[in-house]
Design a protein around this ligand. Structure first.
Ligand SMILES: [Zn+2]
Length: 62
């Protein structure tokens, strides 16, 4: 059964959905800024997860 990512709307196998843990609350906050209706327990796809993780990453000088 396919699953629709609530963030990007992409269909994907359910096992690819990532549920964000409590230790990653900063990521869920970032997602909720853009998707206020999103429910954490619905999870996100890997792409969205990685995208938002990038968004919150401090931009250090290398
Ligand atoms: Zn997605």
């Amino acid at each position: 059964m396919d699953y629709e990512c609530p963030i990007c709307g992409k269909l994907l196998p359910h096992e690819l959905i990532r549920i964000i843990s409590h230790g990653e609350a900063h990521i869920t906050e970032e997602i909720k800024k853009k998707h206020p209706e999103w429910v954490e327990s619905n999870g996100v796809c890997r792409k969205c997860y990685e995208y938002y993780r990038e968004q919150i990453r401090p931009k250090d000088k290398k």
